[in-house]
Design a protein around this ligand. Sequence first.
Ligand code: MIG
Length: 753
Amino acid sequence: MLGKIINYYTIKNQVFIVFETKKIIATIIDDGICNFKEEETSSFAVDVNGFIFDYINPVVEKIDNAIKITHGRYKYVINDNFILSIYFDDVLISSDISYYNNKTNEFIDNSLLEAEGHAVNIEEEYKYIISKKINSNDCLYGLGDKTGFLNKRGYEYDMWNTDDPAPHVDSFKALYKSIPFFIVFNKSYSYGYFFDNTYKSNFNMAKNNSEVVSIGFTDGPLNYYFIGGNNLKDVVSNYTYITGRMDMPKRFTLGYHQSRWSYSTKDEVIKLVDNFKKYDIPLECVHLDIDYMDGYRVFTVNDERFSDFKNFTEEMKNKGVKLVTIIDPGVKVDSNYDVYNYIVKNKLVATENNEVYVNSVWPGESVYPSFIDPKLRTYWGELDGKMLDLGVSGIWNDMNEPASFNGPLPSKVEFFDGNRIHYHDEVHNIYGHYMAKATYEGMKKHNNERPFVITRACYAGTQKYSTVWTGDNHSIWSHLQMAIPQICNLGLSGFAFAGCDVGGFSSDATKELLIRWAELGAITPLFRNHSAMGTKRQEPWEFDDETISIYRKAVKLRYEIIPYYYDLFFEAANTGIPAFRAVVLEYPEDSNTYEINDEVMLGANILASPVVEQGKRNKLVYLPSGTNWYDYYSYDKFEPGYHIYDAPLDKLPLFVKEGAIIPKYPNYESLDDPKTIIFEIYPGDGTYIHYQDNGVDFNYEEGEYNIYEISHIDGNIRIDLSYNGYKLYDKIYIKYKNNIQEYKEIGTILKIE
Ligand code: MIG
């Protein structure tokens, strides 16, 4: 039992509430952001001590037996046994039903539970359960990469990073990522809860009771955040204020990526790249899967199949193509292998009863580096740096749940953090997070460029270090469908840079599936075609001429909107709001958007409604209220509401909001140094802000960038430079319908008809 409140005191923005058995600290971080934790609790993902401020002075009162903390529009009322209620403008928006801890019997308040009459599932395996009352019409978003639909209401999930090759279906409880953050949304309020607990947990999203979200934790201290905001965007922004935001990505990473598990010789890759040239399909980057290594030893390159690797990466760069190499965590047991020798000798690997722990992955018997140890991270980061020296442009981290072929890692496998041992059950969910951190920091230190890291497993906050993909999907239509809500929810959970294997990883893609998937891929933040060894090949020329030409069209569409996407990443880097947005994020007032699973907003200005059903040649499109919309291709006008839109195989339905100005590239082969920009004007007056920098390093943090402000009023176009710290484009064009004109002088007016 936490027991009764016996005392409280305030230091800066922290309120210490002394219960009979424990102290809880409430840290008011900002208006609507509050952390509650047991004293002496630290975090792997967030440094709460980084949020202690002199200038935030909450009003703290004791009223009857409760502590009431007021800050801005929020009030937090804490009762005995740490029963919490939260008010927004004096309206109760969230309240506890009970706490329960069936091991230590802490946080229990059965009387309340019974009084409320809720059938809350209290299972033996949880050390404690936190249950929050919600309204039966609240939508529940977030939770990272979980399967199913945008609204998580009615389902139950586990936070336990899991590599399961079976087709991911709605009933799956866990996937590769654990992002213990969800959003409660209703027309009149939105707020989120982030439970910063890395142990296995269970999120019951009003499955048993439409008015209760109940989270069971197998272990770990209480440490969570209430994250409010004036609207849905604020909540996402506030969540990423706590857990971090991405850097600007390297520009080339927004181009097209080609991958397949089995590209196993230089010649094969050269032929692949030449085919993209031959078929006139833009290509930015090829990913090398485990086949490039020497016996699956990480940080080695097979000498026969990829001889003279540095020359090879150079040769590829000359063809305009960058290479990304996969790096797994498992290090082969091999006394002739320096990486193995070094990490074992320096005790930088997982152990069990003080013996080096061995399981099996691709290289056979392997050891598991302890990524929570800064010494290991430094060493690992230097190895990543050596990959950069070989001319590699990005690192792809796989298998870091961590996966294992020889049974799961036992819960008591030991990971040393440099000071003390943590058990596997505590650090499992952050293994990928720390591997990505090691990779990011190593790369950044090595060349001070923006690291391009892709990770499969991660935890809350990994977005600071890495982009993510959704792992081993299948070439099935339901996975094309699922990709939209999955990537939207990743975005709502802080991951603005995400993608899925285009065409599907396992199983065999059909021509039609690949085409529709390429159309979706063209608008997802990370656009990579990837497939498994042994499945039908997924390069477009493996099908027929029609596939090649539609595929080309989709990839070229992508290249056209890259400057728009880059602007969206500028927004994501600054605010945490994702580029690939659930429609509700832009239209929270329009209740038709709350459960849209087959459409997405690209920023505020483009609505995409991809075809995700086999055999369909038209699409039921919903255009949100409050604005008119224009066909991206034809400028045809559409009013808000439902429309049946013709969508032949080669068409991705795209609609532009009235008054939008969209920056586009002409047909570039390379994203290294784009010299021309086109601002395309859609009907209606409007303004737009465009960002430009060198696309490679961190000089933008020192002011090396440009901000262009474009306005369109009554047919008059004017461009101003509101910030100038980088070289300008050589040519700027204004396009309106079929009319393109060069815009010659900043600050002048150009007329369009
Ligand atoms: O057990 O490296 O998700 O993208 O191609 C499979 C081989 C291991 C899983 C990754 C996938 C990759 C594959 N890997």
